[in-house]
Ligand binder design. Sequence first.
Ligand code: CA
Length: 545
Amino acid sequence: MRYVRGSLIHVLAGTCLLASSFSMAAKPPPAPAAPQGWDRTVRVADYLEPAIPHPEQDKAVQEKLKQLEAKTGRKPNILIILVDDMGYGDPGAFGGGEMAGAPTPNIDRIAAQGLKLTSTYTTPVCTPSRAALMTGRIPARSGLTRPLLASDRPTKNPWADEMSAANLLSKNGYVTGLSGKWHIGEGKGMQPQDVGFDEFHGFLSVVSEYTLYMNGAKYPQLMLNPDRLKTFKGQSEYNAVVEGKKGGDLKIVYPLETPKQMGNVDQDFANWSVDFIKRSAEAKKPFYLVHAFAKVHFDNYPADGYQGKSPSKLPYKDAVVEVDDIVGRLMQTLKDNGLDDNTLVFFTSDNGPEEDSYPDSGYTPFRGGKGTTWEGGVRVPGIAYWPGMIKAGRVSDGLFDLMDLFNTSLALGGVESKIPKERYIDGVNQTGFLLSDTGETARQAVFSYNQAEFSGLRWGEFKAYFKVMPFDQPFSNISMSTFVPVGVAPWIFDIYRDPKERLSRSNGDYEWVYGPILQLQSMHAATFKKYPKKDIGLGVGGDPR
Ligand code: CA
């Protein structure tokens, strides 16, 4: 029934468009061609996600970039700052900060002096989020659909037929670096230096895979059982901070054994990033650096000098203060090396706050948290900062997906045309959106998945769900959630007036929204016919394997 109603709306909308074309018949508008139904995008190639065209905005931005390159003599640097599990509501610029007992003056400053993006989206958990950012692809297509555990043995190397932005940039004049957390494959051929990073300094997994064997009070069932502990630690040969150079093998810098070491890893990663930036400046080469924090993923241990540094005194909040200090340090390094006006800085978090680890967790004003496709799981702080290129004080609710950083980074590096054609790219180039003073997004919709399964989408101010993730009790988004189909109709929320997604008015006030939602969903589903999901043995479609 709802399809019939959707079609009816579609027809009515079409009639209005015809009427408006007719009234303008004497002076026909220039291109673009009449949109098809609700779709406002243009598809330029089978393998590329269609984007909303903004020709004038893009032209002006290209001119601006050309002028900058003429001045600096090289392509711009790209610095992506990725915090682990930071909530939308943690930074002051997004409503947290001082109010939440953890001031974030440095993050707030780049938000105030750059572009604050209030609708930045990602995936519900770490591995798919990082995979999407690096490859520009929905994780269902790359197979990297859920966090990799040390005990996982993928049936194939997901990277064998993936292309990272780092790879393309490294081949085209950039030095590429990853500082900090990887978490997109531990085996040979899947490590950062194997898949496009010239240099890597960090760890392969996630904080909690290391702290599990460090805290006997919290994990006694593992820690106090020698056989279990030995087996657990034996799952990985890299329980350590490691380093790799393109084409080479990983080497262990130091094993991760104590809470004190874990507490200080972000200081180590910051030192390395500062050095990487300085070396790139000296070499006069543009860089692409992903600075991926270990914090604020649980278990948070304090870095030297940070215990009790936040007004809140909680370990999580002390970690937020440390992250903010490091952001300030990285910004100062750019400035000291004369690079701040030639570097796009993008600050964000890989997913929503992990409420399951409360109180060692962050805050989101939205429903749910990490692990869910609710807004709390997939909507994160986003800041684009570039003095002289991004107008200070801009704020936009235009849609931005972290996988757009793939296309945007390649566009800035002048190598967007070198994106291989054999796999579907879900990201879109957002250079015009970020750099034009009045930039509008090129993204029409954001699609959310739970692992390899489609859950819902955001279009305009509406969020629509085809499968939802109820949780049995608060703060159990991962531990006690389910993933179930909706009933007769998609659940639809107006997240402008109901940001917490409390009441779906799907079959009442928003019945007209079925039309656009169903059209977008079917356009999206159609892309999988030619470019199917990939199975690397982590379970496609939720099948346990
Ligand atoms: Ca994460």
